[in-house]
Design a protein around this ligand. Structure first.
Ligand code: SAM
Length: 265
């Protein structure tokens, strides 16, 4: 994709995310108490198992598109070494910094960058890069995105991902038996209905754009970025509250997947 279009899409998306931050902050009253617990974790059992298998104790970790930082805070609580969260929304970065401080954590920081405009200095610094639910669809150019992710890793470092399964792009939310779109549809999905996925507040939002990437595109973009697949699992459970009712459907599709890649030396 042309760099001008790429930055245009992502800047609009980031403005829309930043606008949603005060709505998400509403749940912080609850989080404020939760994050200070020594055993706090926002990771689901799939990610918890992967982190235990990798054994992140003392490892430097970066979370790409970290939102309010609660997944990275969870890694730090599990014993990770130096942690860095990157997100393009200044308001979410501020929330993440506040939550990390309340959690009483050191050696964790958060920086605001459009992931497609990451300055030099972060490359080759991390043992683990984490991507959790709801990131890939904001990326207009997956090839370029995966190259950025791989560039953050030391040789031998691992990219760990838990994401919504791309097959869900075919379904219509709230209508579990309705196939509404082609799996291969590449038209950017334009939305103004708001990004408050915590409280489902409806408001006329700043325009944002959603991009579909098939499973083979995800796997090939990682391969082309020098990442070797070590694990992949398609998940029958609802992991992102997107098309959650499909979990109970008789002919249920996968709702999510986890994957781990290793950066080739
Ligand atoms: C659905 S949230 C991810 C939530 C994540 N699973 C978590 O709970 O930590 C998506 C995040 O991606 C960020 N984002 C989207 N496009 C981005 C870009 N081009 N560069 C940096 N951050 C981006 C948004 O600001 C938002 O915080």
């Amino acid at each position: 994709m042309d760099i001008h279009d790429l930055l245009n899409y992502t800047q609009q998306n980031l403005a829309s995310w930043d606008e949603a931050a005060p709505l998400h902050a509403g749940i912080n009253q609850h989080l404020l108490q939760e994050v200070s617990r020594a055993d706090y974790s926002n990771l689901d059992p799939h990610l918890t198992d992967l982190m235990d298998e990798v054994d992140i104790t003392g490892l430097s970790c970066v979370q790409i598109c970290c939102n309010n930082g609660i997944d990275l805070i969870s890694l730090k609580k599990k014993g990770a070494g130096n942690c860095l969260g990157i997100d393009g929304s200044p308001a979410f970065i501020k929330q993440a910094q506040e939550l990390a401080e309340l959690a009483g954590l050191k050696e964790i920081s958060f920086v605001r960058h459009n992931i497609y405009e990451l300055p030099a200095g972060y490359q080759g610094q991390f043992d683990v890069a984490l991507i959790t639910v709801g990131v890939l669809n904001w990326m207009p150019d997956l090839t370029r995105f995966m190259k950025v992710c791989a560039s953050l890793l030391k040789p031998g470092g691992r990219l760990i991902m838990e994401e919504i399964h791309p097959i869900l792009s075919m379904y219509v939310e709230g209508e579990p038996s309705h196939i509404g779109a082609s799996y291969f549809d590449k038209t950017p999905y334009e939305d103004e209905n708001g990004l408050d996925y915590f409280n489902a507040t409806q408001y006329k939002a700043k325009k944002n754009f959603w991009f579909n990437h098939s499973l083979s595109e995800i796997l090939m973009s990682a391969l082309n970025a020098g990442l070797q697949l070590q694990h992949i699992e398609e998940l029958a459970e609802n992991i992102g509250n997107y098309c959650a009712d499909l979990e109970q459907a008789e002919n249920n599709p996968p709702l999510g997947f986890t994957a781990v890649w290793n950066k080739r030396d």
